[in-house]
Ligand binder design. Structure first.
Ligand SMILES: [Zn+2]
Ligand SMILES: [Zn+2]
Length: 290
């Protein structure tokens, strides 16, 4: 069972593969009674100053409403196949080493999109020129291509786009190179971030294997686990929660909201069982500011 929380520490905007702009996300948070958000766009911090500006303007317009607390953040893809996602909360979006690593990733990603589009052409699928241009801009990825395939009617669902063309081993799949998880943790901590392993159940559903990995990453500077995420079952979420606490790690939660109105993910919606999100948020903020 999932429930609505007033805190959402994992949302995406149009700056990566979300469908809503930072301003639209802020407005949604207001409407839905969310009091704290973290914009965690994939492999980019370009949304951080945009969201800061949105908040500055909104607060000037509505000085009497309590401000929504905002954590500048990023979701970094690392590890084999890029499947290990790290949330870097409180990241310094001007850190030069981080920016150059991200730029390299974005360029590699655009090159990969170009190669995948060529492979789709061999399957008889051609995007119109302006869509192709959009899809080969730095920062685009498989989710963008899947959505374009859906929009042109080549598939009926995003999942079908992956199952037929884009998943590993399928005809239009190109592998990417990623930094190791430990290198990702170091890169983010170097940029002043407090690093949390995103949706750990997706990475390794076996609790013992996960615990071993987490302990290894703690040596690299990992600070917490995202226990409450839609990918965790009602049983798994409390297990991750207690694993984190037993290791002295922070606990976070986020919906991974991407703006898709045709799926069940909603801002603030996560598995039930998170006892005290506010005090866990305070602990995170103390770590970020400490
Ligand atoms: Zn993720
Ligand atoms: Zn995400």
């Amino acid at each position: 069972m999932s429930i609505q929380y007033p805190i959402d520490l994992h949302i995406h905007s149009t700056i990566s593969d979300g469908l809503e702009t930072p301003a639209e996300l802020y407005a949604r948070a207001r409407r839905e009674g969310i009091t704290a958000i973290a914009l965690c766009d994939h492999d980019t911090v370009a949304g951080v100053p945009l969201m800061q500006e949105v908040i500055r303007q909104e607060e000037a317009l509505t000085p009497d409403s309590p401000p929504i607390r905002y954590l500048p953040s990023i979701e970094l893809s690392t590890g084999d196949g890029g499947h290990a996602h790290l949330l870097g909360f409180g990241v310094n979006y001007q850190d030069e080493k981080l920016l150059s690593a991200l730029e390299e990733m974005q360029e590699e990603r655009a090159q990969r999109s170009r190669r995948m589009i060529c492979l789709l052409k061999k399957q008889g699928i051609r995007f119109c020129t302006h869509v192709e241009e959009e899809l080969t801009r730095p920062g685009t990825g498989r989710a963008h291509i899947a959505r374009a395939l859906l929009d042109m009617g080549a598939v009926n669902t995003m999942q079908q786009a992956f199952d037929r063309y884009l998943a590993r081993g399928k005809c239009a799949y190109i592998a990417r190179r990623y930094m190791s998880i430990a290198d990702g943790v170091s890169l983010l901590t170097g940029a002043g971030a407090t690093v949390v392993l995103a949706h750990p159940c997706r990475l390794n559903p076996d609790p013992q294997g996960l615990r071993a990995l987490v302990m290894e990453l703690m040596d690299a500077g990992l600070s917490g686990l995202e226990a409450y995420h839609p990918s965790a079952s009602r049983q798994q979420a409390p297990l991750i929660d207690s694993m984190a606490r037993s290791l002295g790690l922070l606990v976070t939660g986020g919906s991974d909201y991407h703006g898709d109105t045709n799926c069940c993910v909603r801002m603030g919606r996560m598995p039930s069982g998170w006892q005290d999100p506010e005090s866990d948020l305070q602990a995170l903020l103390e770590r970020i500011n400490g």
